[in-house]
Design a binder for this molecule. Structure first.
Ligand code: 6PG
Length: 265
């Protein structure tokens, strides 16, 4: 049975028995956030990442969600993207398109992916420009506490090194304060060229979900969530701290096995 825990300062932790249970809870929670956002703003602006997260979201294409979710109100973005052609197997856009976007009635003009004919730097600049236009028209909300966009939901996976989006440990882009979207050309996880939302944008969202599964993530989950003290490495996942928004972690038992209390091992 799943265990839901309110952590004193790291948001809500949801630990699941297995991937099937996690996936069911994840899509149910996303559908709930969509409903609330559509009721409040008439829009659900959601940013995706790549990795296993997308296959864990596939139940959204099935009953009841394929009929009950207000797909026409969804606007899709990417929290990070690999700078490759949209038809390339490494493209986060292609991953989401093949598994989800083609299978639900999302309005094609609401899907905002990067321009794959540009360099990483140009693609990041242009993507930020696109988001700025959509903030101006309030398709994307605006944060009350920063000049950042306020996405209704940002969905992140986490690597075994604790990276989220394309924010890797000890990389200088972790310090980026001014840009909304930036680029890297030296990603330790291939492919090397990527664009990514910066931490101020992630931390201005109304809701952030981080999904981590499997035993290879257990140490990073411990470092990202537990009170490990200042001498431990500061992982990008630990720097995910929405100022006003709600943070929810979705783990399976393996990823949660090194969390303090170790009731999950
Ligand atoms: O572009 C990417 O590489 C992804 O956005 C990346 O940040 C991913 O979400 C994590 O690496 C976790 O991936 P897994 O869930 O597949 O381990």
């Amino acid at each position: 049975m799943a265990l839901f825990i309110k952590h004193k300062d790291r948001g809500e932790l949801r630990v699941h028995e297995n991937l099937d249970e996690l996936s069911t809870d994840l899509v149910d929670y996303i559908a709930e956030l969509s409903e609330v956002s559509v009721k409040d703003r008439g829009i659900f602006a959601i940013a995706l990442s790549g990795g296993s997260l997308i296959s864990l979201m596939r139940k959204l294409c099935e009953a009841p969600y394929n009929k009950t979710v207000d797909w026409a109100k969804w606007y899709i973005f990417w929290a990070d993207e690999r700078v490759v052609a949209k038809s390339h197997a490494d493209s986060n856009y292609k991953l989401a398109k093949d598994h989800i976007l083609l299978k639900v009635p999302i309005v094609p003009s609401h899907v905002h992916s990067i321009n794959d004919s540009l360099s990483a730097e140009e693609a990041a600049d242009e993507y930020e420009f696109v988001i700025r236009q959509l903030v101006r028209t309030r398709v994307v909300g605006v944060s009350e506490i920063s000049d950042c966009p306020k996405f209704d939901l940002i969905l992140l996976g986490m690597g075994p090194d604790g990276h989220v989006a394309s924010l890797f440990p000890n990389h200088p882009v972790l310090d980026e304060k001014d840009e909304w979207v930036t680029f890297i050309t030296d990603s330790p996880k291939p492919p090397p060229e990527r664009i990514t939302f910066t931490l101020p944008v992630i931390n201005s969202a109304s809701n952030v979900i981080v999904v981590a599964t499997g035993s290879s993530k257990a140490e990073a989950v411990h470092l990202a969530v537990d009170d490990v003290g200042p001498d431990s490495p500061l992982l990008p996942a630990r720097m995910v701290q929405p100022a006003k928004g709600k943070l929810v972690w979705f783990f399976d038992k393996l990823a949660a096995s090194k969390l303090e209390g170790s009731q999950f091992s």
